[in-house]
Design a protein around this ligand. Structure first.
Ligand code: GUN
Length: 292
């Protein structure tokens, strides 16, 4: 059994990007500049955005955090999005999700200029991804593909079962895994809350990608011996005895499933860190495109 070490691979990717940034600086070029917009004070979002900004510093990117109060109106947020679209200093930016309930998420994501949409959430970029065209691929699915690639995990002709159909993970990873151009070439089954007999399907899977957000959903009796297990779940479970008052757990019953798996991602330290690395990679790509 091999642990797919997302922390290690993401550090390698960040080092590769840092080397490129250092070369840009030497040539006197402007370095990539990522902005992050955060509305409100959701604990998980604060952690993610903080981590993204720290990673920028580490690899030599410029970064800007726009932290707006919970009461921010949709019009105010749309104005900020417009300003970021028009700001030549910003190469790419993200609007951290979820947004407060009074703001129409889709309307905001539609307003982000596709050339600056390093999250790959705009319909133009999602569409290009689905058509196998050059674009910004959303960081989490991109991170999963990169992790599989760097560990030489065989995907061609394999049966991949994806659990969860979210717009930011399940749906795009199911498309990427089936594609020819990204050399995944897997046969994909996409399961969701209305799927009957998920266990019957996961038992047939050579690769299981779980992006559900239900702790310990995938049990050992649901997986085939030798399967590849990718756990995208990141759930905070309250625990007064833990240092932060909570601990993080995935969708997979890791201790038992690992005994049957050929490859498995841990939580934390698997897909999570890869997401940040790929966001930075997209920002580098945005800078390079703006120079071209
Ligand atoms: N919320 C959860 N994941 C993500 C992500 O990848 N990008 C943004 N912007 N928000 C998120």
């Amino acid at each position: 059994m091999v642990i797919l070490d997302g922390k290690k691979i993401s550090n390698q990717i960040k080092d590769e990007i840092a080397t490129e940034v250092a070369q840009m600086k030497e040539r006197g070029e402007k370095v990539p500049h990522l902005a992050a917009v955060l509305v409100g004070n959701d604990g998980a979002s604060l952690t993610y955005v903080g981590s993204k900004v720290r990673s920028c510093k580490r690899i030599g990117f410029e970064s800007t955090l726009k932290h707006l109060p919970e009461e921010t109106t949709e019009a105010e947020l749309l104005q900020l999005v417009k300003d970021l679209n028009d700001d030549p200093e910003i190469d790419g930016y993200i609007v951290q999700l979820p947004l407060p309930k009074h703001i129409d998420e889709q309307k905001v994501l539609m307003a982000v200029h596709p050339d600056k949409d390093v999250d790959g959430f705009h319909p133009t970029n999602f569409g290009k991804m689905a058509l196998d065209m050059e674009t910004f691929i959303s960081a989490t699915p991109y991170g999963i593909m990169e992790l599989l690639r760097r560990y030489d995990v065989e995907t061609e002709g394999k049966h991949a079962v994806v659990i969860g159909r979210s717009h930011i993970v399940g749906r795009p990873i199911s498309i990427l895994m089936s594609q020819k151009g990204k050399a995944a070439n897997a046969t994909v089954t996409l399961c969701h809350s209305r799927t009957k007999n998920i266990k019957e399907l996961t038992l047939q899977a050579d690769i299981v990608i779980s992006a559900l957000g239900v702790p310990h959903f995938l049990k050992a009796d649901m997986v085939k011996p030798g399967a590849v297990i990718i756990d995208v779940g990141i759930t905070r479970v309250e625990d007064k005895s833990a240092e932060k008052g909570y601990y993080i757990t995935g969708d997979v019953d890791y201790e038992n499933v690992r005994k049957k798996a050929s490859f498995i991602t841990p939580v934390p330290g698997g897909v999570g860190p890869m997401t940040i690395a790929m966001l930075l990679k997209n920002t580098l790509l945005a800078r390079e495109r703006h120079m071209a």
